[in-house]
Design a protein around this ligand. Sequence first.
Ligand SMILES: Nc1ncnc2c1ncn2[C@@H]1O[C@H](COP(=O)(O)OP(=O)(O)OP(=O)(O)O)[C@@H](O)[C@H]1O
Ligand SMILES: [Mg+2]
Length: 503
Amino acid sequence: MTRETSARVPAVRLTHVSKSFPGVAAVDDVSLDIDPGEVHVFAGENGAGKSTLMKLVAQVEEPTSGTIELHGTPMTYRGPGHAREFGVAMVHQEFALAPDLTVAENLFIGGEPGRGGWISRARERRDARELLSRVGADLDPGRRVAQLSTAEQQRVELAKALAVDARVLILDEPTATLTRQQADELFAIIRQLTASGIAVLYISHRLDEIFEIGDRVTVMRDGAVVATRPASELDEDALVALMVGRNVDNLYPREHTSPGPVRLQVRNLTRRDVVHDVSFDVRGGEILGMAGLVGAGRTEVARMVFGAEPPDSGSVTLDGRTVRIRRPSDAIDAGIGYLTESRKTDGLALQLGVDKNITMAKLPMWNGLINLREERSVAGRHRDRLGIRVPWVGRPVQALSGGNQQKVVLARWLETQAEVLLFDEPGRGMDVGAKADMFREMDRLAGDGKAVVFISSYLPELLNMCDRILVMRGGRVAGELAKEEFSEERVIALATGAKDNHD
Ligand SMILES: Nc1ncnc2c1ncn2[C@@H]1O[C@H](COP(=O)(O)OP(=O)(O)OP(=O)(O)O)[C@@H](O)[C@H]1O
Ligand SMILES: [Mg+2]
């Protein structure tokens, strides 16, 4: 960095900033400068305080103490609209789009600065298209947000953030459900933005990308800053050690690998326009990976097997018996569990406690009788095993950090009696240590003879945890790889339809 740039006014200056919630010091005495044009990564375990710190900068939350300056001006707390006037835009970890409105309506909710009063539909659509193309999204602005995939919603969020003239852009785990290719597209956008002087505050749990996109890294633990370093001075091991305060020597524990007889058999599953003639088997003790680009149909297959969506044709066989699954309760009764990719819409009951959320999937088997003591002890066990950070298990899930919410969803499915488990992006938002815990649990399920389907957009997890990988493209099975054939290149070649040099 030249002398000139380092002498510039910081885009964001935090001085002794703290934020507490009842019983938790979420952010603890943070002092930090963020320069214009840098990508400043925030890393740390689930519950370390990253999202809360970002919300303070965006004035979504009011600090308990300390001062925040934006471009040299000290901020008094007046809510997010005020921060927006200073060019702060934030894409939240949990998307905040209105599901029943269209893409265009979502983009212009509350109006863009300088855009007065009534605007025509046509004009709105045209502007929406332009914004969407800036973030590389070829989407119909007239579609309802509820119909979009997670990755598409993420693009809309990003476009929405850029609808204001952003000078400080906050991205809270933007790549959590993106494929490698989509992440690369996002990075290209980020590089354009920083080149024009925008400061990007970027939260991520994906270690590789932290080094790829980050200029500096701030590691948080228990609300405090542990270290701020240039990314070039760190490597993955050093970063993990800073984050968790210990070495995580085995990220991908996989011990049980002796698949038994076929348990789940899916044949010719078809649903018009989305899934075509999909067939596969999963053995007991096996973890079958499902790779593919977003929109390849992986989630749709899982939803149909689980009865959340009806197939037009096709069959599901469990332990040799054909089962008729018309709704999720049929699937649960048959012994099939599905951890959905979107915990907010159909995963968690946010107002209910951690304990209730964990035991929920098991409840139908209790014939209406809920044993509260059992419920609490089950929840306590999972809290300890997965390191769910919560002062007491009756606490509403909405007070938990994103990664800790995801652990609650996972715990629920670990607790079911299900013999076949479909995990759709289960590690979304979890820190490295928590993921290692999760993989150990998945391995244990396989060891117990269950059949596990593991959908993930993050290839290293699939390559390390699975026995076989099914690659989908355009709603069809594009190919299947046995463990000996695993490589990132091969999966990508199948997923994109590109020829690779193995053929
Ligand atoms: N609205 C709230 N009410 C009570 N506690 C909260 C609230 N928001 C956050 N917390 C607590 O503050 C702490 C920090 O949470 P935060 O969401 O900032 O973590 P994070 O670093 O973003 O974690 P993750 O990686 O899981 O997203 C956690 O203990 C969390 O439970
Ligand atoms: Mg967070």
